[in-house]
Design a protein around this ligand. Structure first.
Ligand code: TMP
Length: 259
């Protein structure tokens, strides 16, 4: 295949120039990082699974009217997306206390929150993605008030949809992270959902056992990381039992061939 122009390499994904103007190819790696890349590793087959999970979720969200950058999946690790101007804000939606919220405020992990919380973090690795308030967003012009209203509305809709979707397969949606981008239509900009939604950026607990089925298994060295990602895909109906080993096998073959 002809070499494509790489536009950007992140911690878990690479963006290549797309086949048409205004499109990009999003490639999902197996690389995993945590704690602002202080911890690094690989989760075998993660890229394949996240590509499938994110495709499923973005397609379902489009069907309920949430605009997204997703166009179509191209192959095991790649999807075609619309090019957006990324808004430098990570939007975290929390239903249950965990992670940095528990740590910062001393609230026991697993405590159901009386209402959903939306938090904003400034997307800047060098600064360690600091938490910010609406005031900072307005002051530094990272997004307009109208864009922030649209973002908050979409975040709530995504949370409602995902909470139901995961509950139906015995998973509790604890929290998750979203990113948004602008697409331009002449002088008019519109905000759409971008990036990915996968167990990398969600906390997903088994409803009955509270077993963690997400990247916390990697962050906290809990073991069974690959299996947890596969379990989420399997419950979503995206991976048939016989495919599970195939994902991992195919992957190890690739690595051996140095691809
Ligand atoms: P936190 O509790 O560490 O703030 O994380 C909240 C949620 O956001 C959790 O589901 C993981 C996700 N997240 C990311 O996707 N990327 C990040 O860089 C961080 C810090 C969190």
């Amino acid at each position: 295949m002809a070499r494509r122009r790489q536009i950007y390499e992140g911690k878990a994904k690479i963006l290549y120039e797309g086949p048409e103007p205004g499109t990009l190819i999003q490639y999902f790696k197996d690389d995993a990082t945590a704690f602002n890349a202080q911890k690094r590793g690989t989760i075998s087959g993660k890229g394949v699974i996240n590509n499938r999970i994110s495709e499923h979720i973005f397609t379902s969200l489009a069907a309920i009217g949430v605009p997204t950058h997703f166009i179509r999946r191209l192959n095991m690790r790649e999807q075609l997306i619309r090019q957006v101007e990324i808004i430098p804000i990570e939007v975290v939606i929390r239903n249950v206390a965990a992670g940095s919220l528990s740590k910062r405020l001393g609230i026991e992990e697993g405590t159901q929150l009386p209402r959903t919380i939306i938090e904003y973090y400034y997307k800047d690795d060098a600064l360690g993605d600091p938490m910010i308030a609406d005031e900072h967003i307005a002051c530094f012009g990272w997004a307009t008030q109208e864009e922030m209203n649209d973002i908050a509305d979409m975040a709530i809709r995504v949370n409602d949809f995902l909470s139901g979707m995961f509950a139906a397969i015995g998973i509790r949606l604890i929290d998750f992270k979203l990113e948004f981008g602008r697409v331009w239509d002449g002088d008019y900009a519109r905000v759409i959902l971008a990036d990915e939604i996968s167990p990398d950026g969600c906390r997903l607990w088994d409803i009955k056992t509270n077993q963690k089925l997400d990247k916390d298994r990697f962050r906290q060295d809990l073991g069974g990381v690959e299996e947890a990602y596969q379990e989420v895909a399997r419950r979503l109906g995206l991976l048939q039992p016989e495919e599970e080993s195939a994902v991992l096998d195919l992957d190890s073959h690739r690595k051996k061939r140095g691809k």
